[in-house]
Design a protein around this ligand. Sequence first.
Ligand SMILES: [Zn+2]
Length: 91
Amino acid sequence: MGLQIEGNGPDTETKKVIEMGLKEKIMYWDDERNIGNSLIVTLNYGWHFGTGEALAGDAEHVRGFDTVKDAEQAVREASPCNCIECQKEVK
Ligand SMILES: [Zn+2]
């Protein structure tokens, strides 16, 4: 599945993040800030938020953010994920 963008994006900031090469790590970019929710980023299979190798059932693939800048930094720092779910999808 390719990158999906919803919400009030793609705005210029979203485009910038994608152009910086982060789309390889992003499956779903859902900017719901205009309706009072968060900017919700779902990582591609094979990546998780946080550091180190995720343990089974412990991987964080989805996170909400207040700003594009915060989301960009977290995606940039995302680590390879070998959880069972990702192993099934990454061949
Ligand atoms: Zn995973």
